[in-house]
Design a protein around this ligand. Structure first.
Ligand code: PLP
Length: 416
């Protein structure tokens, strides 16, 4: 596979790496929960990790492994594990690798459900510091001797703050701290996460990778940059064989076998189909988002637009060096006082009011009263989320239709 360029790999990886039976171009969806062994010794050996294979599909299945292989190839990692959802990937990774008494530093701009999960683990005795990750000095100042991990998103959702990924990567490397990056907004088509020294990549497959609003999934990729032999939370049972696999082994055993956050075989197949067109969709999405952001930034019905592709964005220069093919598909907008956000969303006719992102269709929602509702006004203020903020996930429609829909909605609101 090494000789093929990235987009070619996306299309051919399943057949080249997994070599499906009968010359099929897709790994088949294998729904068997149990697996038969003619010699019970083979069953025992697979159980004990002495032989490769599957014993029970909560722990592994050929469909999940085929998708893992392709995603790992895409990110250039040393291994991957897929989960039922993006949140299952995040929660399984944290609950498997951290324990009571540990300290972690996380972004103060986290996606609402991830932020809420942080409160859950605080209840289990993990100490969490929330910092402005656009400034690496804030991350450095928050770390202490117990700090096990720094966690942030590449582009925060919904206000699009761009973390100082290179600064955080260098700091974590120098201090032997895990750098876990939620790469949902910028899969490897846009960001080379190894270049910024991320140790673990967490990505919701439900978003750009699946891409069509028809399947949930999540993945953890180990980039191979972290030295697990220096991580004292790895159980003795999992400190065996190749030390690059210790972290993933523990996450698989705990997250899949013990907690059951497993991706269904049919879902693995749907994700792998979405993956084939990822680059094409992201290119169109980014181009549309850039054009929509430009249009909104000069509209009299708009007070502010947040999009890293705009020169006025506070981290625009950083975003230019990090993101290879565009600035992502998420932007958010603060409407002017005379426009009531809910009425504006109701006036859009092509754009769908829905809580999802990374879809082929353009979606919009009022962020403060939906996904960030539980966070309360104080928390939202720290995250930069105004009450009037509308999050837009830009799709792959023809841009003139997206612009025309916003235009007619503005005209109907401003003429009242
Ligand atoms: N991470 C980010 C940045 C997200 O935006 C989301 C969902 O919107 C998730 C994780 C969770 O993904 P899922 O819906 O697949 O659980």
């Amino acid at each position: 596979m090494k000789k093929l360029a990235f987009d070619t790999k996306l299309v051919h990886a399943d057949r080249k790496i997994n070599k499906p039976q009968f010359g099929a171009v897709h790994e088949s969806t294998n729904n068997s929960v149990l697996f038969e062994f003619e010699d019970v010794q083979d069953l025992v050996d697979v159980f004990q990790g002495k032989q490769a294979g599957h014993v029970y599909s909560r722990s592994s299945s050929s469909s999940a492994v085929a998708l893992q292989n392709v995603l790992n190839e895409m990110e250039g990692g040393v291994g991957a594990v897929v989960f039922a959802t993006g949140m299952a990937a995040i929660s399984s990774t944290f609950l498997s690798l951290l324990k009571s008494g540990d300290h972690i530093v996380v972004s103060q701009y986290l996606f609402g459900n991830t932020r809420s999960f942080m409160s859950t683990i605080e209840g289990f005795g993990i100490r969490v510091s929330y910092v402005d990750v656009t400034d690496v000095s804030k991350v450095e100042a928050a770390c202490n001797a117990d700090t096990k991990m720094v966690f942030c998103e590449s582009i925060a959702n919904p206000v699009t703050q761009v973390a100082d990924l290179s600064g955080i990567g260098n700091w974590c490397e120098a201090n032997n701290i895990l750098f876990a990056l939620d790469n949902t907004m910028t899969p490897s088509v846009l960001l080379d996460a190894k270049a910024v020294k991320a140790s673990l990549l967490l990505t919701s497959l439900t978003k750009y990778i699946g891409g069509h609003g028809n399947v949930l999934g999540g993945v953890l990729v180990d980039t191979g940059l972290f030295d697990w032999s220096r991580y004292n939370n790895i159980e003795l049972n999992y400190r065996v064989a190749d030390k690059q696999q210790w972290g993933l082994t523990q996450v698989k055993k705990r997250g899949l076998r013990d907690m059951g956050a497993t991706l269904a075989p049919q879902s693995a197949h749907l994700v792998s189909i979405g993956l084939e067109t990822l680059t094409m969709r992201l290119r169109k999405t980014c181009a549309n988002a850039q054009a929509l952001a430009k249009y909104l930034s000069t509209h009299k019905g708009v007070n502010a637009v947040h999009y890293p592709g705009l020169e006025a964005h506070p981290q625009h220069e950083r975003a230019k060096t990090l993101f290879k093919r565009g600035f992502g598909g998420i932007l958010s907008v603060e409407l002017s006082e005379e426009i009531e956000p809910h009425a504006f969303l109701n006036a859009l006719s092509l754009v769908i009011s829905a809580t999802h992102l990374g879809d082929t269709r353009t979606l919009a929602l009022p962020a403060a009263s939906t996904i960030f509702y539980e966070n309360g006004p104080e928390e939202r203020a720290k995250m930069g989320i105004a009450d009037s903020l509308i999050r837009i996930s830009v799709g792959i429609e023809d841009i003139e239709d997206i612009l025309a829909d916003f235009d007619q909605a503005f005209i109907s609101m401003l003429s009242k």
